[in-house]
Write a protein that binds this ligand. Structure first.
Ligand SMILES: Nc1ncnc2c1ncn2[C@@H]1O[C@H](COP(=O)(O)OP(=O)(O)O)[C@@H](O)[C@H]1O
Ligand SMILES: [Mg+2]
Length: 308
């Protein structure tokens, strides 16, 4: 951890006579030179021994006149995001087919495949921001966004952000078994900082939860402050990928309002209920505004899966 790293203390010290012993000094030093060197060092070395006060580690030392006190370096914003236990409850461990708990399940393999394809596409185009939405409620947007985020976060050295922007029916907190206390509206208005809004269930995954429904969702997502908050989030988090869980395209205009903030959209269709007409309507709505990165078939029959 670099919380207390103070750099350059030896070379930047203004105190005379405490220079570092250099290589040439060591090699060519005569006995006389060595005695002179010891005499110069003696007062500074003798001082703590003469004092009855307990020896302090350099980092505990109080400031004294004439020495430079460098400010302790703060950890970077990502490290300041609070870590939370995950999965939160015993009951939660057995409830959801989350990819990180069931590595060999077909669903986990499908999400890993989706992750890899999506990452390739995003990297090739220099993109990071992806909206996850569906034609109608219940298709599995949240389920897919959470599992995809967990799969992305398994890539070593990566950083993934998952934001719950569904003010109609927030769902990420419930899906992940984390208690949502955060105010997403306040974050998007610029009143709350990223570090205070987000939580890290995994070291490489930060989630922005939503605890309150808001009927003015489209206006919030359309606002200038929302755009600034998302830009700030991307810049300061250093995220490789950000997934934004949004309400259904055909039921609200929230997703349409947020499209300027994303590079592309993943559309989740429900293999048991989504119709071709619904998918066509979504594509028509998105065309010209953003890139359709893919249509994901959720609740697919086994025979529909490329992994069978
Ligand atoms: N492939 C799936 N396998 C098992 N459960 C699923 C699957 N897809 C969705 N669900 C469950 O269906 C419910 C609705 O899914 P959700 O992701 O909340 O829908 P949406 O966000 O699109 O409204 C949730 O309880 C979710 O866990
Ligand atoms: Mg949802």
């Amino acid at each position: 951890m670099k919380h207390f790293a103070v750099s350059g203390a030896a070379t930047a010290s203004p105190v005379r006579g405490t220079r570092m012993l250099e290589k040439d000094d060591e090699v060519g030093m005569s006995e006389q030179g060595f005695k002179r060197f010891r005499r110069r060092r003696a007062p500074a070395e003798a001082a703590p021994a003469a004092s009855s006060a307990p020896r302090q580690r350099p980092m505990d030392a109080p400031s004294s006149a004439g020495s430079i006190q460098l400010p302790a370096a703060l950890p970077e914003p990502w490290e300041r995001i609070r870590q939370v236990p995950f999965p939160g409850t015993e009951e939660h461990k057995t409830r959801l087919p989350l990819v990180s708990r069931f590595r060999s399940a077909p669903a986990a393999k499908s999400f890993d495949l989706l992750r890899t394809r999506l990452s390739h596409t995003l990297k090739a185009r220099g993109w990071k921001r992806v909206a996850v939405t569906a034609p109608a409620a219940g298709c599995g947007s949240t389920f897919s966004a959470v599992n995809l985020a967990l799969s992305l976060a398994r890539v070593p050295g990566s950083r993934t952000v998952l934001m719950d922007l569904n003010f109609r029916q927030p769902g990420i907190a419930h899906a992940m078994g984390i208690q949502a206390t955060a105010d997403m509206g306040a974050f998007l208005s610029g009143a709350v900082q990223m570090e205070d809004q987000l939580m890290r269930p995994l070291p490489s995954l930060a989630v922005g939860l939503n605890s309150a429904k808001d009927q003015d969702a489209a206006e919030i997502l359309h606002s200038r402050s929302c755009s600034a908050a998302v830009d700030d989030l991307m810049l300061r988090s250093g995220a490789d990928t950000a997934l934004f869980d949004l309400p259904p395209v055909l039921e609200h205009d929230d997703t349409a309002a947020f499209l300027p903030q994303v590079d592309g959209v993943l559309l989740i269709s429900d293999g048991t209920s989504t119709t071709a007409a619904q998918l066509a309507a979504c594509e028509k709505m998105l065309a010209g505004h953003t890139e359709l990165l893919g249509v994901v078939l959720n609740r697919a029959r086994r025979s529909d899966s490329p992994l069978n």
